[in-house]
Design a protein around this ligand. Structure first.
Ligand SMILES: *Cc1c(COP(=O)(O)O)cnc(C)c1O
Length: 384
């Protein structure tokens, strides 16, 4: 569609260069592709980057990180986990994979963070954990979440899939808190192709996750780091085939080195430019989030006046991809099909539009996106 006049502007994109290619080639040439010393190095480098004396265990997806973190807390059938409804379905699937019930909570309008008051209302004797999501990289009332957890003896598992590289109260996200899970899938702030990590200061959780990612084989991780395998072993709990491969770790290590020099400044610059261009545009509102401390993963805005779908169509027509992040999970058949009502999440769902954001976008692209959006919202006002 108008491919020449309107080259495709992608919603998100992996940014891979010669460095990643060279490192993958090195791994392929050494003939050891599984989990080994490269994964161990990636984990050590992640721990060094995050700081705060934390341990890191890498797995093959962010979803697997969440699943194993929950299971490591002893969460399973009969338990409940408080979670914001407005999140990627991965968050919910990770909870239900353990046998536990994800209890959908509403979000606050400012940060799209779990509404702690609603979470408090939904506590039962079966509640074992609360799982906040750092939507669009911003951290909302995290203190309220930890307060609630402390009062009721809950574990906190942070879904920080959007938030890698950001800081909160002067510490890197992951550098403090109970258990923090990251995703390194193809479009996240850094990628390892696919991938994820569990970060915590709790040694028993890390040991559990290390075994559980390798089919529950006790201490197999230590053998793998030496490029060996365990033959005489025991298994004490359910495990999965969730480990990271050295091919993935090699990509991730290069991406981690590029984050602060290339990706972080570029993402912040683009988000700041979007804000400047969209400021004061009637019918469009922005989310807050301090660009000094976050590394913006996505660029969601709210389109008012019932014009979200019209805006989406107008952008699609000129080859600009957009997204809707997210359809609230409590509306999905598997999670109740809308039996509970969550007014803020449902209202946001009608208005949310995610605009393109990735390090290879430029200000001209943003200008074009903002102009087309402006035409729709001001046209809508005339029509009204
Ligand atoms: C990407 C993402 C995940 C899952 O990560 P994968 O690596 O894709 O499995 C979980 N939660 C949120 C909010 C995400 O954006």
């Amino acid at each position: 569609m108008n491919q020449e006049i309107n080259p495709l502007i992608r919603l998100s994109k992996s940014v891979i260069g010669e460095g990643e290619m060279r490192e993958v080639r090195r791994i392929l040439e050494n003939g050891f592709l599984g989990m080994g010393p490269e994964t161990q190095k990636f984990e050590q480098e992640l721990a060094g980057y995050i700081g705060g004396d934390r341990e890191v265990c890498c797995v093959n997806t962010g979803t697997a990180a969440l699943h194993l973190a929950l299971q490591a807390c002893g969460i399973g059938t009969g338990d409940e986990v408080l979670v914001p409804s407005l999140t990627f379905v991965a968050t919910f699937q990770a909870i239900s994979a353990t046998g536990a019930v994800p209890v959908a909570c509403d979000v606050d309008e400012a940060a799209v963070f779990i509404d702690v008051n609603d979470a408090r209302r939904k506590l039962t004797s079966r509640t074992k954990a609360v799982l906040p999501v750092h939507y669009a990289s911003a951290v909302g009332d995290l203190e309220g979440v930890y307060q609630l957890a402390k009062e009721h003896g809950l574990r906190v598992i942070e879904d920080a899939a959007h938030a890698f590289g950001g800081t909160y109260r002067g510490k890197k996200i992951g550098g403090a808190g109970d258990i923090i899970c990251f995703s390194f899938d193809g479009i996240k702030n850094i990628t390892s192709g696919e991938g994820g990590a569990v970060v915590t200061g709790d040694r028993t959780i890390i040991e559990y996750v290390q075994d559980a990612r390798l089919l529950g084989v006790v201490k197999d991780t230590e053998s793998r780091y030496r490029r060996e395998r365990s033959w005489e072993f025991d298994v004490t709990h359910q495990g999965f085939r969730y480990h990271m491969s050295d091919i993935m770790a090699a990509i991730g290590r290069v991406q981690l080195r590029r984050l602060e020099t290339e990706f972080t400044p570029k993402r912040r610059e683009l988000a700041a430019y979007y804000r400047k261009r969209l400021a004061g545009m009637d019918g469009v509102s922005l989310f807050e989030g301090d660009l000094e401390s976050i590394v913006p993963h996505i660029m969601p805005v709210r389109i008012h006046g019932g014009l979200r779908d019209a805006a989406r169509r107008a952008l699609t027509d000129i080859n600009i991809q957009t997204g809707i992040q997210y359809k609230p999970n409590h509306l999905l058949a598997y999670y109740g099909g809308g039996k509970v009502k969550l007014p803020v999440a449902e209202k946001l769902y009608e208005e949310l539009l995610t605009l393109p954001l990735h390090p290879e976008l430029d200000n001209n692209g943003v200008d074009k996106i903002v102009m087309s959006l402006g035409a729709v919202v001001s046209g809508g006002k005339r029509g009204a």
